[in-house]
Write a protein of this length. Structure first.
Lengths: 487, 156, 228
């Protein structure tokens, strides 16, 4: 299905054309972005409906893989691919100077194009290119807030990200020298014989840290607090919610297809656990809301890495559950933090002044913590079950860590909620209507998912089953192997 | 492993890794932003070299057909294409870093990362209306969490 | 303390890599995809320079991403360096003097030469080493040399934006034309011609032309921004 390339390419085209469009008419430039995003979202949904549950692939350039690059869309990829333009539309930046506004539009479009590409691509280096595009676009969006502290935070982010990409390229070089190909499907064929050795593990570690920068993996997450605090909150929402999930999707594909090794999973578990503990403890000590949310995000993504370390379909279900829950929740929390960016004391009594916002915040906080029957509870439960099924000492330690950190989370979240509903009121600026609307929408979705949990669980299970069927992946892509490219 | 052809390629590999290592060490110990960016550029150059080496073959020629009969094997063209892309990406990121550095220098008057760290922290806390941390060892201040608001706000 | 840890990490990384590298079968890599491309590229794309056929045909969408990254970097630089209302930047926009005679004369001589070399490299991308990116950088250098000599005369911003955007759109447009024509996105179009001739390899030289123009315009704009 060659149209699969369009949702990736059209946003790029629109990004190129935004600035000349503004020479023609400023209205055109303003609406070009959202319209293109709407179109791409519609196209993706259309593809999903046409595919009817079967994976579809597109050979870019007409060259069959492994010579050419292939885009592959199974249900998991489509889910995240649809989420990108959707959330970009929801979180489209509001204000901005006229000159800056065009550039910000272009950057958002580039973010969407590269994000969709990352979700759909089936080639390792192509993933790297889209990842770098995503990185540069996010640098720009963070720096767009125009404040000096944002620029400084962006420089830090850039340096860490740059070093991460050096490591990722080393990983690519290692893989290429061992296997001679970059196509994920063919790599999954070669992996058991050529990559199940220390060299392959080193390649995985390099790729993990390289792609893990965006996924807020320990140890490359030093950039997170400052960036999320100084960027415009919609951008933080986009980064924490959507972009991190795309990076995680890449790691997930690598684990499923190429590096199905116990050592690789152990590495994920260790790094995830450290991320969880360090994130939650730092959030406990945070004194302003955006950074508290940033640290909490690090912690949640640590949970996500731990979920990915669980082998088999259960691990995939756990990872998808935690990921989707975080995807819904973190952007909403950051939107609410837009007007509450001050120190935590300033939130006192906000429950009175902004009842809807405070109520939403409480809802999300409870779900984040994992209070039944909210979805967060079920996600954590699946994770704990998955960890419990393994015998390793590490897994048991991980369970203990999760529960302990839940206690820490409860402490700072309840403290915050208590502050919201405290008696004395503080002068708080009201929330922007748009922010509140989107946050309420996300809250509604969260609540609506509760009665639908059985169907959701079934859907996730089926998605996990499809995604972990490596043989089907290979068959769908390599159905006509090129003569002469012998394994 | 017996090194059949020689040392040329070993030298190149060690050189490539050496560049990456110098870049990494440079990034670890530098205090000045410009040096950090340059160290990153070095590391990127090293990785590009390693990538090109991944396609190397003994006694092979460049993959360009010149009309003459092809007698010798050709080098792998794919890593060369990869490196083309990687170099351009690196250039873009470096240019961006320089632009940001100009602005940071203009705003803060310094490019020393330690000073910048404290200044940015102060900035963020200032914007949030909370007191900046007293020292790096106690980023939460002496009172790590907010005082109950029933009492008057004392600075932490 | 933190520096010591980073230093140890870097040393460990180097040791790891060197240990790994001695195990790598360098020089004797299994060239699965590479070998297949070497055999099939001239036939499938008509380009004498096989690396070009990889860059534009087999991995065309990587090149598109690369173009987009350069575009993004230039956009962000423009965003960050946009003149603000600070008094300092106003003080900086004082009129600049032209450079001395030697530099001016030299740049006047070099400018057309650099343009010619740049276009040569771009257009012969499918025949000799080179191509859009390399040629585009030379083109940008042409404009920058003239800018160094006469700082007051900057390349027109509108022109730069237009060329950048239209060249980028042309690249995608050629790819989309292939898609609309029933094939896949970025499938090589047009007649392949004879190997080794200037007019050969179908749409590949056109793609590289678009790339060269885009890169040239972008970098010129970027350099102009940085100089402000």
């Amino acid at each position: 299905m060659n149209a699969l390339a369009l949702p990736v390419v059209l946003p790029l085209l629109a990004a190129f054309l935004v600035r000349p469009a503004s020479l023609v008419s400023s209205g055109l430039a303003r609406w070009l972005g959202p319209l293109v995003l709407l179109l791409c979202g519609a196209m993706l949904v259309d593809i999903a409906l046409l595919a009817d549950g079967q994976p579809v692939s597109a050979n870019i350039g007409g060259f069959a893989p492994p010579l050419g690059i292939v885009f592959y869309a199974d249900s998991m990829a489509l889910l995240f691919a649809i989420a990108v333009p959707l959330f970009a539309l929801l979180l489209w930046p509001r204000e901005g100077m006229r000159e800056g506004g065009d550039r910000v539009s272009a950057l958002m479009l580039l973010l969407v194009g590269s994000g969709t590409g990352m979700a759909l691509s089936g080639d390792l280096f192509n993933l790297y290119v889209f990842y770098e595009l995503l990185a540069v676009a996010s640098f720009g969006l963070v720096a767009a807030s125009g404040t000096a502290r944002a620029w400084a935070a962006t420089v830090r982010y850039l340096l860490i990200s740059g070093f991460g990409s050096v490591l990722a390229l080393i990983g690519v070089a290692l893989i290429y020298t061992q296997t001679g190909t970059l196509n994920l499907a063919q790599l999954s064929e070669f992996a058991p014989e050529r990559l199940a050795n220390p060299l392959g593990l080193a390649a995985f570690a390099c790729l993990l840290i390289g792609f893990g920068v965006k996924a807020e993996l320990f140890p490359v997450n030093a950039w997170v607090p400052e960036v999320y605090a100084t960027a415009p909150k919609r951008v933080s929402a986009l980064l924490a919610g959507v972009v991190s999930k795309l990076a995680i999707l890449v790691v997930l594909r690598l684990i499923l297809l190429v590096f199905d090794l116990p050592e690789a999973r152990q590495l994920l578990l260790v790094l995830g656990l450290i991320g969880l503990v360090s994130g939650e403890l730092a959030a406990w000590r945070a004194r302003d809301l955006p950074r508290m949310l940033a640290f909490s995000s690090i912690g949640q993504l640590g949970l996500l890495f731990m979920a990915m370390s669980i082998p088999g379909e259960l691990g995939l279900i756990a990872a998808l559950a935690v990921a989707l829950h975080h995807l819904l929740m973190k952007p909403a929390l950051f939107l609410l933090a837009e007007r509450w960016s001050g120190g935590l004391e300033n939130l006192a009594g906000a429950g009175r002044k902004a009842p809807l916002a405070a109520g939403l915040f409480t809802l999300f906080a409870l779900s984040l913590l994992g209070v039944p029957p909210l979805p967060g509870f079920w996600a954590k439960l699946v994770l704990l079950l998955g960890l419990g099924q393994q015998d390793a000492v590490l897994a048991q330690a991980a369970i203990f860590g999760v529960l302990l950190m839940a206690v820490v989370e409860a402490h700072y979240l309840f403290r915050l909620v208590g502050l919201l509903y405290a008696k004395t009121a503080h002068d708080a600026t009201p929330h922007h209507r748009g922010d509140l609307a989107v946050a309420s929408l996300l809250g509604l979705v969260l609540l609506a998912s509760m009665p639908l949990l059985p169907t959701l669980a079934e859907g996730l299970g089926w998605m996990a089953h499809q995604a972990s069927d490596v043989a089907a992946y290979r068959a769908a892509i390599l159905d006509s192997t090129i003569p002469g490219v012998a394994p | 492993m017996t090194m059949n052809p020689p040392d040329l390629i070993t030298i190149l590999i060690v050189g490539g890794i050496g560049l990456v290592a110098i870049g990494a060490v440079g990034m670890a110990v530098s205090r000045h932003l410009l040096r950090l960016v340059l160290a990153l550029a070095l590391a990127e150059a090293g990785v590009n070299l390693l990538l090109v080496l991944a396609g190397y073959r003994w006694d092979a020629v460049a993959p360009i057909l010149t009309g003459a009969a092809v007698t010798r094997p050709m080098v792998d063209p794919v890593p060369q294409a990869l490196v083309l892309t990687a170099i351009v990406i690196g250039v873009g990121v470096q240019a961006l870093a320089v632009a940001l550095m100009i602005r940071v220098r203009e705003a803060y008057g310094t490019l020393d990362i330690r000073e910048l760290k404290t200044r940015v922290e102060q900035d963020i806390c200032g914007a949030a209306g909370i007191a900046p941390p007293e020292s790096a060892n106690a980023p939460g201040g002496s009172q790590p969490y907010p005082v109950p608001v029933t009492t008057s706000r004392e600075s932490a | 303390m933190h520096k010591l840890a980073s230093l140890l990490f870097a040393m460990g990384l180097a040791a790891l890599l060197i240990g790994l590298a001695t195990q790598l079968p360098l020089g004797m890599t299994p060239m699965g995809v590479g070998q297949a491309i070497l055999e099939r590229a001239p036939g499938e794309t008509g380009s004498a320079n096989i690396v070009t056929s990889v860059v534009l045909a087999y991995r065309g969408i990587d090149t598109l991403g690369e173009l987009a990254i350069l575009f993004a970097a230039a956009t962000v630089a423009g965003l960050v360096l946009a003149p603000s209302i600070h008094a300092e930047s106003q003080a900086r926009t004082k009129p600049r003097d032209d450079a001395g005679l030697v530099l001016r004369a030299g740049s006047d001589l070099l400018f057309p030469l650099l343009l010619a070399v740049g276009f040569y490299i771009v257009l012969h991308g499918h025949l000799t080493p080179g191509g859009g990116f390399q040629g585009g950088v030379v083109l940008a250098a042409a404009f920058f040399v003239s800018f160094l000599a006469r700082p007051a005369r900057q390349p027109s911003h509108v022109g730069v934006v237009l060329i950048e955007a239209l060249a980028g759109a042309a690249f995608i447009g050629i790819g989309l034309a292939a898609l609309l024509g029933g094939g896949a996105f970025l499938q090589p179009l047009l007649d392949q011609g004879t190997l080794g001739q200037l007019v050969s390899a179908g749409s590949l030289p056109l793609l590289y032309l678009a790339v060269g123009l885009k890169v040239g315009a972008e970098l010129s704009g970027l350099l102009a921004h940085l100089a402000e």
